[in-house]
Design a protein around this ligand. Structure first.
Ligand SMILES: C[S@@+](CC[C@H](N)C(=O)[O-])C[C@H]1O[C@@H](n2cnc3c(N)ncnc32)[C@H](O)[C@@H]1O
Length: 301
């Protein structure tokens, strides 16, 4: 989107477009606030200017794309249910502005808590050394870990090379290229050379049962990568793998931390318990009170 030719229009013209776009949003069950997200990115307007509508009197506003293209993109949002984050190319996550494309899952607000949980769970020695972000997608978790664990090296893996390109861009944007290393491969496989040495692992793996996918919102099922969503028949295929394999990659006392779907906590807890290599198994809720995160330590510290 940002490669388009810029265009200058009047504040009044943009104000009128905004009103029409908001009315259409309400009529099609799209949050009207998304119109303002779009205008913040393409017209460089801040939240206050939008809230007070002070831009209405500006003689000229420079858009980062032709005005007609703005309308085309908004129609795609409404008719094709294209997520607004894929239109703007960015999404807020913690204090970052994360670049996204349709090669990556849009990082969700609930996933932000994984970073706080990792920080609370890790003693000072564990806040250093090697951490893994498995299934990094946009790289959001890797950025979050690099941000709170200033002396750690983050190893971020994804199976999708297109996702890794987005993640690498985000790492560059925040000056983390030295501290986040990217690998293409199947979960832990590219990290074999560090087996037994990891202070911790954080992952938000695909966890939606295959049969549930068609019932998700069209924004998700029609636009987000299925590799990021599909957790196999019971939704637990990736989590099961991460339970089985991670203990040989973690150092004794190392942290295992994942996000999961509502209703999976009991099964995940049981898997961790039955494996025999994990202790102090904990389930944590998200801000909505849903059992969303599982945390455990490798035995033997
Ligand atoms: C739910 S998304 C999470 C993305 C990002 N970590 C986040 O929280 O926003 C799951 C990610 O796992 C990746 N993935 C799926 N299967 C994988 C595998 N076998 N090995 C490595 N990554 C995989 C997907 O490409 C996707 O980027």
């Amino acid at each position: 989107m940002m490669d388009q030719q810029p265009e200058v229009i009047s504040g009044l013209q943009l104000w009128q477009w905004r009103n029409t776009a908001k009315t259409a949003a309400i009529a099609t069950d799209v949050p009207p606030t998304e119109v303002d997200w779009l205008l913040q990115e393409v017209a460089g307007l801040d939240r206050l200017a939008l809230r007070l509508e002070s831009f209405k009197n500006q003689p000229q506003i420079k858009l980062q794309l032709p005005f007609a293209e703005l309308e085309t993109l908004w129609q795609k949002r409404l008719k094709e249910r294209l997520p607004v984050q894929y239109i703007t190319g960015v999404t807020p996550w913690r204090h970052f502005k994360i670049a996204v494309s349709n090669a990556v899952l849009i990082p969700r607000p609930e996933t932000e808590s994984l970073i706080d949980l990792a920080l609370e769970a890790a003693s000072l020695p564990l806040q250093q050394g090697h951490w893994a972000d498995l299934g990094t997608g946009s790289g959001a978790i890797a950025l979050g870990l690099a941000d709170v664990f200033k002396s750690a090296t983050i190893h971020a893996v994804d199976y999708s090379p297109q996702a890794l390109a987005v993640a690498a861009l985000n790492a560059r944007n925040y000056g983390f290229t030295e501290r986040i290393h990217f690998y293409r491969g199947f979960w832990w496989e590219p990290l074999e050379f560090l087996k037994g040495q990891f202070s911790g692992m954080v992952s938000n793996p695909p966890y939606i049962p295959t049969s549930t996918l068609p019932s998700l919102q069209p924004e998700v099922v029609n636009h987000e990568p299925s590799l990021a969503l599909d957790g196999g028949a019971d939704g637990l295929a990736s989590i099961r793998h991460l339970v089985q394999v991670s203990s040989s990659y973690l150092q004794p006392g190392g942290i295992w931390l994942i996000e999961m779907m509502a209703g999976q906590a009991h099964a995940v807890k049981e898997m961790l318990h039955n494996h025999g290599s994990y202790c102090n198994i904990q389930i944590h809720t998200d801000l909505a009170g849903i059992q969303r995160f599982a945390l455990a330590y490798k035995v033997g510290a």
